[in-house]
Design a protein around this ligand. Structure first.
Ligand SMILES: [Zn+2]
Length: 324
């Protein structure tokens, strides 16, 4: 938190925001209560209060997400682990921590933007089996590639990549040096989740998501097997992950066998996790923090870096770095 009005505001994508919320742990004394979940779950028949369907871990995860959507300053009072992305040795540029954007209109912030990266060719990597050897050889490839980029920048100007004849020349040099097909040199992968940051949410979209969540809650006890478990052993709803256990941990619930009960639990679990929890997060995001806008300083503390594409216009960031 800061009173300093000089602190710039920055935007992040939904994918990055989700990453951040998994790194955050709210203080123990932080009290949660969510009337929205109560409301959407039909006045609490299955809701957050008594009786409960989410496990403690799920509730904490959900409400941490909500708390941060409602008050981005919470990032500053919480315990968090900095985001640290590891190099997979798959691309010319090692993977980097996620970005924040100073320009709300940055193309990289928007839903239809695919982030791509040039691959280290498979035929090259296949030659090396040991992990250390592979890393050394990938780095050798990277260094040569970058040196060649610099050479081409000097010789043909920094926009040399725009011309096919230059690309062919470049590919031929790499192909010769490492004995790989020149068609492999500029092969790219789409990396990372689809972006979906700044977006104008319409009211009817919010209504639709709420309806969907309510339907999810309803479906939890409409099925006959689920209803039976609900009536006889409510706590199993909270611990639906037990459906994946191999050993027998509870008796049959007539007329359902142990295997049936586990199957029903797995169904409950997938509805809670994949549908209700994700939709609730989505709802919190678009209701409380639709722009995903935060203090630049806070985002830096969390391990984010400025996007090279828009930071250069705002007078910071490394404009010279082209995304290879
Ligand atoms: Zn940007």
């Amino acid at each position: 938190m800061s009173d300093n009005s000089d602190i710039r505001q920055a935007y992040i994508t939904e994918a990055t925001f989700k990453k951040l919320t998994t790194k955050v742990e709210l203080p123990k004394e932080f009290q949660f209560k969510d009337t929205l979940i109560w409301e959407l779950s039909n006045g609490g028949e299955i809701g957050l209060d008594n009786p409960v369907i989410f496990s403690d871990v799920e509730i904490r995860e959900l409400l941490t997400f909500k708390a941060i959507c409602k008050d981005s300053n919470l990032f500053n009072i919480t315990v968090f682990k900095k985001i640290q992305v590891e190099d997979s040795y798959r691309y010319i540029s090692p993977e980097k921590n996620p970005c924040y954007h100073l320009d709300k209109d940055c193309e990289k912030l928007h839903a239809d933007y695919d982030s791509t990266a040039i691959k280290i060719p498979e035929v090259y990597k296949e030659r090396y089996s040991g992990e250390e050897e592979l890393k050394t050889k990938v780095n050798e490839y990277r260094v040569y590639f970058r040196t060649l980029i610099n050479e081409f920048n000097t010789k043909y100007g920094e926009d040399w990549i725009e011309k096919d004849e230059n690309k062919l020349r470049f590919a031929a040099r790499i192909s010769m040096r490492f004995n790989i097909p020149d068609t492999d040199v500029f092969e790219r992968d789409v990396i990372g989740a689809k972006n979906s940051g700044v977006h104008n949410w319409k009211n009817d979209e919010i209504v639709y998501i709420k309806e969907d969540i309510a339907a999810g809650f309803k479906s939890l006890w409409e099925d006959e097997g689920r209803r039976k478990i609900w009536l006889e052993k409510k706590w199993l709803f909270r611990q639906s992950w037990l459906g994946d256990k191999k050993e027998d941990i509870y008796g049959d619930i007539a007329p359902y066998s142990q295997e049936d009960v586990k199957r029903i639990l797995r169904g409950i679990h997938s509805i809670k996790r994949n549908s209700i929890i994700n939709q609730l997060k989505h709802l919190y995001h678009i209701q409380y923090c639709p722009e995903l806008k935060f203090d630049e300083e806070t985002l830096q503390k969390l391990g984010l870096r400025p996007c090279w594409n828009c930071a250069r216009f705002a007078g910071s960031g490394d404009a010279a770095i082209i995304q290879w």
